[in-house]
Design a binder for this molecule. Sequence first.
Ligand SMILES: Nc1ncnc2c1ncn2[C@@H]1O[C@H](COP(=O)(O)OP(=O)(O)OP(=O)(O)O)[C@@H](O)[C@H]1O
Ligand SMILES: [Mg+2]
Length: 360
Amino acid sequence: MGTHETGSVLSLVGVSKTYDGAQKPALDQVSFSVKPGEFFSILGPSGSGKTTILRTVAGFEKPDTGQIVMAGEVVNSVAPNKRDVRTVFQSYALFPHLTVRENVEYPLRMKGEAKPTRRTKAEEALALTEMATFADRFPHQLSGGQRQRAALARSIVSRPRLLLLDEPLAALDLRLRQQMQHTLVALQKELGIAFMYVTHDQGEALSMSDRVVVLQDGKIAQLATPREIYFAPQNEFVSRFVGRSNLVAVNFEPTDTGFVGRVEGIKVPGLTAKKGGTARMAIRYEAIQVKPLDEAEGAPDTIPGVVEDVLFLGTNCEVNVRCGGVNLIGTVPAVRHSTFTVGQPVKVAFDAANTQVFHD
Ligand SMILES: Nc1ncnc2c1ncn2[C@@H]1O[C@H](COP(=O)(O)OP(=O)(O)OP(=O)(O)O)[C@@H](O)[C@H]1O
Ligand SMILES: [Mg+2]
């Protein structure tokens, strides 16, 4: 075989898995590699196979076909506790009758490490997760965020080469979640351990990761850096799932200089293709400019429309404009008194460089 990249912490090579009695595979020919020290995220909707990947890597599930390779070795038949990996789950699963310190020391005790070493390593893990002051408390005496940090300390205390995290922040409120995102990224960089982080939250995946794999029905839809995923989605699924996009029909017609795209009959400058015919185009909300008629006066190549509704979101407003047969939604900065009202005629423009065209 040997199709995995050498030097990777983990490689999946053509991994497929269908659960007993299931109609379709939970994983379908999944292949990717995680580099040492990388923050690698798995992003996908509910049921796309994220947890199944983690469970196969941790050793709780066996792939039907394909290989799990860790540090150059096929580990398909290696028991979970013999793999150089730890898992942090959404529910923290601390031992309730042990203090935080005892919880953190637990994996080392299982490995038979001597008490003084255990102490030192636990102190270090507790300091890294800023849990030193809570070391003697029991889990029920902690807040949700503190409990999650204790679980984190326990999972890093033995310094695995790879840490698996399954939606570890899902149970926390927004404030705490954002704080923990920073903690996790800083901790990961400091430890140099590779993280494989499962989330269905695109913001989380984009802000924290070195690379992201987007899953759709057990298959890889795209594997790339957050910026590539965001600015160059490879298919309609990714453009819909990551960020907010309008999807419109575009018609490419021949001209002297190649094929030029029209949306609702209006030529879009810079929108060209190598072939003619219809295609679908994704335009990010933030790439759409909505202009009142007086401001748009004289500007060529704008699409006329009527404001259908305005959604106030705090920082921004989303203005939904009916343009002939399509709706185009654009993000505009929110100001105290809204610039746009329902029924107002406006003009819409967008930059062709900020679009993705998907030919059939
Ligand atoms: N033990 C099981 N037996 C049968 N089917 C299962 C089992 N576990 C998961 N599945 C199915 O496999 C598919 C993938 O599930 P998985 O838990 O990996 O999804 P997920 O991406 O983690 O979803 P979520 O975001 O909801 O946690 C789903 O269709 C699910 O119903
Ligand atoms: Mg899951």
